[in-house]
Design a protein. Structure first.
Length: 359
């Protein structure tokens, strides 16, 4: 088993906070295995559990398409973060074969030929012995790191991930966590314009109406009782207008942002201070070299001067700040009110992690 990875770090957040750009910067570091949106595509048991999995069982978790993402592609509402579906010359298709989960965003982030990398991984992963899923993940990180040139630090970054902190901590107790966050009203406004977060808000509404804990618990009876503008969203293909044209008030996304922040900060508070830090999106844009150097030190790699220069150039001009200030005053006031809970929680989190920020 190739286990060259010395540290494992999760960059977590609400999403719409500059995390995609951060993954692009991390990918440039010669010692970092940048795992882009890996656990957005493979987000539940048995893969994310402590149960034993054989090599073939683990491979099935990596290989099986994520139905909700393929449905978004088929319905004309793909996320801008999706990479694989933009390349019709590649082997798999949401319309026919389904896109392997690990291929949607993770493998194309590492290579220009994700099909070849998938093919190379298959016999190796399928040959692995039965062992707890976290051990299979560590083996996968080592295999990927070896195949792209030997990396020492694995960094998994999924935009919509704060709710998963407790689970990741349980499965990977040695892992480090970087909480990347953004100004609440700006983040919520960005969510309101994003296909994925509009879908997340709608799925949360479906779960709430159905009285279950998660979408995985929905049954056919639950779906039959949903209104006509919600039930189709659970089908293999739906009218994109149900997501794109629906009236969804911006302040409601402030509530979503606060919910996610409060849940995530509570889970992060249970992690030892030396294993967690925070990263402000606005601060990253203002002082990219300083903040990238701090992140490099935290995840266990050297802040190489050339890498800091490349990261500075990549981040330059990518940020949008104070976009919420252009909203009508009535909407902005309601949005700010709905973000107050999250902002208060972030204030507590900032105090909790002050020592690790300076590390």
């Amino acid at each position: 088993m190739r286990t060259g990875i010395k540290t494992l770090t999760f960059v977590v957040g609400t999403g719409r906070s500059g995390s995609t750009a951060l993954s692009q910067v991390l990918r440039l570091h010669p010692d970092v295995l940048s795992l882009n949106e890996l656990y957005s595509c493979i987000d539940g048991p048995p893969a994310l559990s402590g149960q034993p999995l054989t090599g073939p069982e683990f491979w099935r978790c990596l290989r099986e398409p994520m139905e909700v993402f393929d449905a978004m592609v088929r319905s004309g509402t793909p996320l801008p973060e999706f990479i694989y579906n933009r390349h019709p010359e590649w082997r798999y298709s949401a319309q026919t074969t389904g896109i392997p989960a690990i291929s949607m965003m993770a493998l194309p982030h590492l290579t220009d030929d994700p099909d070849a990398l998938l093919d190379a991984l298959e016999p190796e992963v399928r040959s692995w012995p039965e062992r707890p899923a976290p051990q299979q993940w560590h083996a996968l990180f080592g295999a990927l790191a070896w195949r792209i040139g030997g990396r020492e630090a694995a960094v998994e970054r999924s935009g919509y991930s704060l709710h998963r902190v407790g689970l990741l901590r349980e499965l990977f107790p040695e892992a480090r966590f970087v909480h990347l966050y953004r100004d609440g009203p700006d983040c919520a406004l960005s969510m309101s314009r994003h296909n994925g977060y509009r879908m997340i808000a709608l799925l949360r509404e479906i779960v709430r109406r159905s009285g279950v804990e998660s979408a995985s618990e929905l049954t056919d009876d639950h779906i039959k009782q949903l209104p006509d503008d919600l039930a189709p969203l659970l089908s293999p293909q739906y009218d994109p207008a149900l997501v794109l044209d629906r009236e969804m008030p911006v302040p409601d996304f402030g509530t979503l942002w606060s919910d996610l922040i409060c849940e995530g900060v509570e889970q992060l508070s249970a992690i030892p201070a030396e294993q967690r830090t925070t990263l402000s999106y606005e601060r990253l844009l203002d002082a990219p070299r300083q903040e990238l150097a701090r992140v490099a030190d935290f995840i266990g790699v050297q802040p190489i001067a050339e890498w800091l220069k490349e990261g500075d150039e990549l981040l330059d001009g990518t940020g949008r700040r104070n976009s919420a200030l252009r909203l009508p005053e009535r909407v902005l006031t309601a949005l700010r009110a709905n973000c107050e809970r999250g902002a208060a929680a972030l204030g507590v989190a900032g105090a909790d992690t002050a020592s690790s920020q300076g590390s």
